[in-house]
Structure formats: structure tokens, C-alpha cells
Ligand binder design. Structure first.
Ligand code: B3K
Ligand code: ZN
Length: 885
């Protein structure tokens, strides 16, 4: 914990390192009450920084320096300067070796950064700046080195000793200890370093690469989880094949390992050859993990694997470039998931998530560009903007260049920069050079924060048969006060005729029509496109596939939206038309609630969703998505001032109306799907996901009717499902119902059956924490006393506190401020031992500007109380101070 005021770091101040580290030789001696780290660094002056020998300033935190030798000369305390984050030395020649020994305390490391212990095993997390908690080093991504690592530990408790690269030697030591040495032939920055020591079992498989090399694949887990690795292994093999086929990228070491750990600050980490995963992102089998969890495992395994090229072989020059690897890798994993499952459904889910959460971030006090200009704590910048919006930016390049042009660009990028630490500009340059295009204006997406608005208007000239669309773009001010210049906005669109068919699209000035769905580039603040040969007034389908991360508006009426829902040739836009219709209807209900009037819902929403439900030809996953009303968080995001009670009341009212009106159709589809589920063994594949998704959303509507046959069905599904997808939904509908006895019984049975499975208990916590019924905070507080809860475990905090503050809006935003007070207390507590988790949990309080003045005051009051609570980590300090600025 720091005592001085944290400093802002600026991209404009970037300078190449003064020294380089060609080789890094590490020896770890692991003990129960401390560990020793011996480092030998083969170093030289960076020729790019000229002659002269400036001081060598190494990063190091929470290290006890035992010895230091420079060029084989032991140094005494007068020869160096030491403070709580740096060791400064004075080299006397341009090439030298540096030897240090330090003592560290992984056994008491609760921040889960650097070397720490989780469930008895040693593991590491170094990105972004955790390596400096292991040894003195130039801990920055543009210092790349060849690593050799020896791990020495007691043999009985730590039979498995792993690090990056290939194993080259191992043997017994003294006093029941043993050792292993690993060598990584690829140069890498320290953030990709990893070490694991523990009592682990592994499942093994192999993969033959496109050039015919055999790669050993291993997934290491605690022995009791050995039966939950097959899905991750299948996902890994699919990812390896997909990256060869789609990007021409082949794996490069002889072995690829994944290790599952229970205490982890995020999903997973792409350390070279030794990925370390949150166990929630590895373990999956039918009985214990939902379909969503299976898909998450598949996506995260792919994401980390893809980093081997987009991140490891080509890495980031500095942390401002984080989206270089993250945005691109999210784009890559989204493409993989789209190919493995339903592409439209994947797109719908990603966009719904982006619009709800990234748009909110972009509108809040932590808003930043995809490539930020400054930060206090880099850990705070692993954000939806860097990841999800970063992926959208790469996706727009893909849309503008086409699949083939994009592939040419990515090939050039990997070839040109293999082994280098580069910038977002280098990525764009490769795309430009490979395609002969100029993306100068496009690059504003990297430097300008905020979500652009795109207002579209139309005019039709029946006599001239011309149809014009006028686009006006603008972007709201963000805290950085950067002036917003027009973006390049690719707008994919089509024009529907009165039968719902796409019309041929010919722009004025073009010799002939060019297809019936095309991409316009909007580059000016205001711009008009005119189509010719348009025989009747068309209905535009705009931003197909969500071709740009903007807030588009067009004055559709509800009948037009219903028409698009049925006829648009773009599946994404069919869904989006339904969402826009729902939003209009819900906003009307919100207004009625605010005016104290009786709620009356526009029947057209029932008709529209009834039509979707009756259409047996539609993908069932699409039907499930279309039946899902926009969430309360999204309705909050699009409100000027969010009325918590009105949003909740309106949405619940609409759900009830739909359940009552569509009961027969929902019941029919529920029963049909449940029958198939009963007769079919669990399969983690797209069409089965789809069937269960529709079955489960139908059940959650049906349960609102409180009919005895539905209650019986929920209990039957809870008792006899052979998989967690069906069982958890059954539990959730019971928990959210007024059937107290049945609810209590289900919760008890579930907890009894799964008390030894931490990941399943996380789901049990989440279902209860997310329940909108009154008394939410008391339930969460009581659950924090449950023996399965542990505040030191991030998954538990996310399952209970994250689900409450992030999803249970009606309870969290209780008008008396009790939810805010609870969260602030928790953040203050977390700040003391895990700053990264503390800072993440803080996010809901940063959105105070969205609420009424009474809630604003309460939320700000809690932020102020956190600020005054004592020594803040740089993580929490940055978020709190920016939120109050
Ligand atoms: N690169 C890691 C994230 C590290 C976060 C450090 N606070 C996981 C990923 O994006 O693949
Ligand atoms: Zn990543």
C-alpha cells in the first residue's frame, strides 16, 4: 500500500528503455513461510538510447533484498539506492550481468498478483505489473528476454513444478525437495512469465499442427476436478485448428499447458506455453456447469490460446497499447465462437453486452479512449472499452477491408512484427500497407473516447425514384475534454420493399446496382447518400450486424419495427427491431408509472413476440433472444435520469402481460423442449444450447402466472434434470417465486448436493443475490456468513456482491442508500487485501450521475467515505477520485 499521492502516467512521455535484458535466469526456492528468488540478468545498454551509462532503475515492490552483485562484484548498501518501488544501480560498462536474491511472501499474498498461493499451490499472475513483486526487473512490456527458470520445492506437497517453455532438466534435491528447469526459447516480456508448483493431476492430449509437428497438450487441475477438463481440452484443439485455418497461425512450442486455480482476479492469463486459468474458466461438465459456462470456457480457452500470436509473439510496446492485443484477441475469439455456434446469436449477445455495459462506461467518469492517453493504475484499464470496444474497432477494419483484405493485413502484421513490442499504429499501418488504403481518419476510434450518436433521416422522391438517407454524427464530451472530430462509421444497410425483400442498391453516380446489402462509410459530421431506381418508398434496415459501436436513431414507428422483425434479411437487425419495439413500449410504461397512471401495455408487443414464438422455422436460440426484454441495466443506460422503481415496475409488468397473454404458446414450447431434453443425453453443442435456452426462458415467463402445473414442472425440472442448465434455471424461477416452502427446499437440496463444489456454490449464491424480491440486501448479508462464502476468493465476491450490485438493481439502489453503504463498506475492506477486486466492485457507485438527486447524494457520500477511509490502493484511489472529480 502506498503512502504518497499516486502519479498520473502519460503516453506522451513514453521513452524506450535505457537498458535491455537479453537473458533472464531465475531460481525459485519455495518454502511454507517464505520464498527466495535468485535472478541473474544478462544486460546491456540499449543502443537506441545512445552512448553514456545512465543509472539503471529496476522495478521492485514488497521485496526484501538479500544480496546484489553487478558484473560479479557484490555491492554494499552504499553502492545502490533502494526505495519501496525501485532499486537504482550504477553500471560501469555497456554489458554486464546483474545477480540479485530477494525474499518474498507468497503465502501471505492476498492481492493475487505476483507469486501467491491458492488452495495450497503456488502460482503467478504478472500482467500487467506483477513481476516486480517477484524480483527486481525492468518490468515493462518492451523489455523482452529469454527466460530459464528453475523451481525448487518440497516433493510431496508440490510434485508438479512448471514454468514457461519446454522442460529441460529435473531431479531430486536434499531434505525431500526436488527441482525442475524450464527454458522458453521465445523472447518475452516479464508479464508473460509464469510458475506453478502444486499437487496437480493432468489430462493429456496432443495436437498435430498444419506443418506436422506434434504438440503435447496438458490441463492441470486439483485431483477431484480431473473429470471436468474434457470440454476445455476439446475447445483448445478446436481453437488451434481454427487459428491455423482462419489466420494461418501455428503453435510454436512442443507443449501447451493450462493450469486451473481457484483464486484468480480475472478469467485467465496467456503466459507463454503455461496459461493460468480461473477454475471457473476451465472446469465444465453437464452436471455442474451451465450451457453459458460451457460457452464461456470455450471462448476463454480460445482467447488465451489466440494470444500466443496476438499478444505474445507480437506484444505491446507499452500499456497504453493494451487494446492492440486485447481488442484484436477479443475480435478473434468472437469469430471463433461465431463459427462454433450460431453467429447471429453470438453477435446479439456481444452487442447487448456492449450497449449495456461499455456504453455506460463510455458515459461515466472512467470513460477513456481505446488507447488511453494517461492512467494512474494500469489494472484499472482492463476495461470493456479496451476489450469490447477495441474488438469493435478491429471489426470495423474487417468490415471496411473485407475478409480477404483483413487477412492480408493480419498476415503482414504478424510477419512484420514477429518478436517485437509494437503499437496500435503499427497494427493499423499493416492493414493500410497490405491493402493500399489510408486509415488516418479511422484512427480517431483509438484516440477519441465516448459513444458516437448517429441520427438518420430519410426522404423519398416518388417522381424521381430516389431515396436519400442523411446521417448526422456527434459525440458527447468525455472527462478528457478532447475535441471530438468526425469518426469513420461503416454503416451496413439494406432497403426493404413492401414485400419485405431487399431492393437492389445503386447510389447516384454509379453505373449499376451493387448488391442488396452494402456498407456506406460515413465520414463527415453530416452526410447524405442518395439511392436511385427506388420504385417505392422503402423501409431502411440500418447498421446491419451492428457494423459500428454507435447509438443510431431513426424515427421508426412500431408497425415498421414489427415489419423489420419479420422480414429483415439480417438476423441481427430482426432481433434489434424487436429490442427497439420493446424499448418504446417499456418507455411508455415507465412514463405511465411515473405519472401514477394504471399501466397499459401496447398489444403490439404481444402480437410481435407471439408471432416469433409461433414460428417453428426460426432458430430456437434466436427465439429465446427475441423473447428476452431489454434488461434493467440497459433501460438505465438509455435513460436521461434512471428511475429505478419505474424501470423495474414497467419491465415486470410487461413480463407478466407477456406471460399471461402467451401462456399457451409458451407452455407448448416448454413442454416440447423439456420432453426432448429428458429423452436426450446432455450435449454441449449449438442446437442443444438453443433448445434449452428457449425451454428455460419459457419457464421463467410461465412461472410468473403462478399456475400449479407450472410450479410442478419447475419442481420436476429441478429434481430430475441431468444437467446444470436446466437445474439452475429451475432453482432461479423457484427462488424468484412466492412459493416459500418449495423455494426453501430447493435451495437446501441444492446446497446439500453441491456443498463440496465451489463453482456450483457460486451459482447458488448468484441466483439468490440476483433475486429482485424485497429484502435483497439482508439475504446477501446473511449469505456472507455462509460457510461456503470467503471474501478472499474473488469468485465468491463476484458471485454474491457483484451479482447483487450489478444485476439486482431494484435492491441495490434502495432509496435509503443501504445498498450503497454496504458496497462501500465492502470496497473499504477489499482495498486492504485485494485492490484489483476492490476497484472492480466499485464500478456501480461510479455511475451516480444517472440517478435522481437523492440517490446521487447518497452515492457520492459513499464515494467520499471511501476516499476518506485511510490508505487507499492506487486502484481504488484512481476510480474514486475520478468519480468525484
Ligand atoms: N491478459 C489477461 C488480463 C490480465 C489482467 C491483469 N490485471 C487476460 C486476457 O485478457 O487474456
Ligand atoms: Zn486477453
Amino acid at each position: 500500500m502506498r503512502t504518497d499521492q499516486p502519479k498520473m502516467i502519460y503516453l506522451k512521455d513514453y521513452q524506450a528503455p535505457e537498458y535491455l535484458i537479453d537473458e533472464t535466469h531465475l531460481t525459485f526456492e519455495l518454502f511454507e513461510d517464505h520464498s527466495l528468488v535468485h535472478a541473474q540478468l544478462v544486460m546491456r545498454r540499449n543502443p537506441a538510447r545512445g552512448a553514456g551509462l545512465p543509472p539503471l532503475v529496476l522495478d521492485g515492490q514488497q521485496l526484501e533484498l538479500l544480496s546484489v552483485s553487478l558484473a560479479d562484484q557484490p555491492l554494499s548498501v552504499d553502492d545502490y539506492q533502494l526505495d519501496d518501488s525501485h532499486l537504482t544501480l550504477h553500471p560501469t560498462s555497456a554489458s554486464f550481468t546483474l545477480d540479485t536474491s530477494v525474499k518474498i511472501h507468497p503465502e501471505s499474498n492476498t492481492a493475487l498478483e505476483g507469486l501467491y498461493k491458492s488452495s495450497g499451490m503456488f502460482c503467478t499472475q504478472c500482467e500487467a505489473e506483477g513481476f516486480r513483486k517477484i524480483t527486481y526487473y525492468l518490468d515493462r512490456p518492451d523489455v523482452m528476454s529469454k527466460f530459464t527458470t528453475t523451481v525448487v520445492a518440497e516433493q510431496h506437497s508440490y510434485p508438479v513444478l512448471l514454468s514457461n517453455g519446454n522442460p529441460i532438466a529435473s531431479g531430486p534435491g536434499e531434505d525431500g525437495r526436488h527441482w525442475a528447469t524450464w527454458e522458453d526459447p521465445f523472447m518475452k516480456p516479464a508479464y508473460l512469465f509464469a510458475l506453478v508448483a502444486g499437487d496437480l493431476w493432468c489430462v493429456e492430449d496432443s495436437f498435430r499442427t498444419q506443418s506436422g509437428r506434434d504438440v503435447a497438450l496438458r490441463i492441470y487441475v486439483e485431483p477431484e476436478n480431473i473429470d471436468k477438463c474434457q470440454h476445455a481440452m476439446n475447445s483448445l484443439k478446436k481453437s488451434m485448428r481454427w487459428d491455423e485455418e482462419t489466420y494461418g497461425r501455428e503453435y510454436d512450442l512442443d507443449i501447451f499447458m493450462i493450469v486451473a486455480v481457484n483464486d484468480f482476479n480475472m478469467g485467465a492469463m496467456e503466459n507463454k506455453g503455461l496459461n493460468i486459468f480461473n477454475s471457473s474458466a476451465v472446469l465444465a461438465r453437464a452436471e455442474t456447469a451451465t450451457d453459458a459456462a460451457h460457452q464461456r470456457v470455450e471462448a476463454i480457452v480460445a482467447h488465451e490460446y489466440f494470444h500466443n500470436w496476438s499478444g505474445n509473439r507480437v506484444t505491446c510496446r507499452d500499456w497504453f497499447q493494451l487494446s492492440l492485443k486485447e481488442g484484436f484477441t477479443v475480435f478473434r475469439d468472437a469469430g471463433f465462437s461465431a463459427d462454433m455456434n450460431s453467429a447471429t446469436v453470438k453477435r446479439i449477445q456481444d452487442v447487448a453486452y456492449l450497449r449495456t455495459h461499455q456504453f455506460a462506461e463510455d458515459a461515466g467518469p472512467m470513460a477513456h479512449a481505446v488507447r488511453p492517453e494517461s492512467f494512474i493504475e494500469i489494472s484499472n484499464f482492463y476495461t470493456l472499452t479496451v476489450y469490447e470496444k477495441g474488438s469493435e474497432v478491429v471489426g470495423m477494419i474487417h468490415t471496411l477491408l473485407g475478409a480477404e483484405g483483413f487477412r492480408k493485413g493480419s498476415d503482414l502484421y504478424f510477419e512484420r512484427h514477429d518478436g517485437q513490442a509494437v503499437t496500435c499504429d503499427d497494427f493499423v499501418k499493416a492493414m493500410e500497407d497490405a491493402n493500399g488504403v489510408d486509415l488516418t481518419q479511422f484512427k480517431r476510434w483509438y484516440s477519441q473516447a465516448g459513444t458516437p450518436r448517429l441520427a438518420v433521416s430519410e426522404s423519398y422522391d416518388a417522381a424521381a425514384k430516389t431515396y436519400s438517407l442523411t446521417f448526422r454524427q456527434s459525440c458527447p464530451q468525455t472527462p478528457d475534454k478532447v475535441e471530438k472530430l468526425p469518426f469513420v462509421i461503416p454503416v451496413a444497410l439494406g432497403l426493404l420493399d413492401s414485400t419485405g425483400a431487399d431492393m437492389a442498391l445503386r447510389l447516384a453516380g454509379e453505373a449499376a446496382a451493387q448488391g442488396s446489402s452494402r456498407v456506406l462509410s460515413v465520414t463527415e459530421a453530416e452526410q447524405t447518400f442518395t439511392f436511385v431506381d427506388i420504385a417505392e418508398h422503402p423501409l431502411p434496415s440500418l447498421l446491419r450486424g451492428f457494423s459500428a459501436p454507435v447509438k443510431l436513431s431513426f424515427p421508426y414507428n412500431r408497425d415498421q419495427l414489427m415489419f423489420l422483425m419479420q422480414h429483415d434479411s439480417d438476423g441481427f437487425n430482426r432481433w434489434d427491431a424487436g429490442q427497439q419495439l420493446s424499448v418504446q413500449v417499456l418507455q411508455e410504461l415507465i412514463a405511465q408509472h411515473q405519472q401514477g397512471r394504471a399501466l397499459v401495455m401496447d398489444e403490439r408487443l404481444v402480437v410481435a413476440l407471439g408471432t416469433v414464438l409461433a414460428d417453428d422455422s426460426l432458430d430456437q436460440a434466436m427465439v429465446a433472444e427475441m423473447l428476452s426484454l431489454p434488461g434493467e441495466a440497459y433501460l438505465t443506460e438509455i435513460s436521461e435520469v434512471a428511475d429505478v422503481e419505474a424501470i423495474h415496475a414497467a419491465r415486470e409488468f410487461a413480463r407478466q402481460q407477456l406471460a399471461d397473454s402467451l401462456f399457451d404458446a409458451l407452455w407448448k414450447r416448454y413442454q416440447a423442449n423439456r420432453q426432448v431434453s429428458k429423452a436426450t443425453a446432455y450435449v454441449a453443442e449449438s442446437e442443444h444450447f438453443a433448445r434449452r435456452a428457449l425451454q428455460n426462458i419459457a419457464l421463467s415467463y410461465l412461472m410468473l402466472t403462478h399456475k400449479p402445473e407450472v410450479l410442478a414442472a419447475a419442481i420436476e425440472q429441478f429434481d430430475s434434470a441431468d444437467n446444470m442448465t436446466e437445474r439452475l434455471t429451475a432453482l432461479a424461477v423457484l427462488v424468484n417465486s412466492p412459493f416459500e416452502a418449495e423455494k426453501a427446499k430447493a435451495l437446501e437440496v441444492f446446497a446439500e448436493n453441491f456443498k463440496d463444489n465451489a463453482l456450483v456454490m457460486d451459482q447458488w449464491f448468484s441466483v439468490q443475490a440476483g433475486s429482485p424480491l424485497p429484502g435483497g440486501l439482508e439475504r446477501v448479508k446473511a449469505l456472507m456468513q455462509h460457510p461456503a462464502f470467503n471474501i478472499k476468493n474473488p469468485n465468491k465476491v463476484r458471485a454474491l456482491v457483484g451479482a447483487f450490485a450489478g444485476q439486482n438493481l431494484i435492491n441495490f439502489h434502495a432509496a435509503d442508500g443501504s445498498g450503497y453503504r454496504f458496497l462501500a463498506d465492502l470496497v473499504i475492506q477489499l482495498n486492504g487485501f485485494n485492490p484489483q477486486i476492490a476497484s472492480r466492485q466499485l464500478a456501480p457507485l461510479t455511475r451516480w450521475r444517472k440517478y435522481d438527486s437523492a440517490r446521487q447524494a447518497l452515492m457520492k457520500g459513499e464515494l467520499e467515505r471511501i476516499r476518506a477511509s485511510g490508505e487507499l490502493s492506487s486502484d481504488v484511489f484512481e476510480v474514486v477520485s475520478k468519480s468525484l472529480a
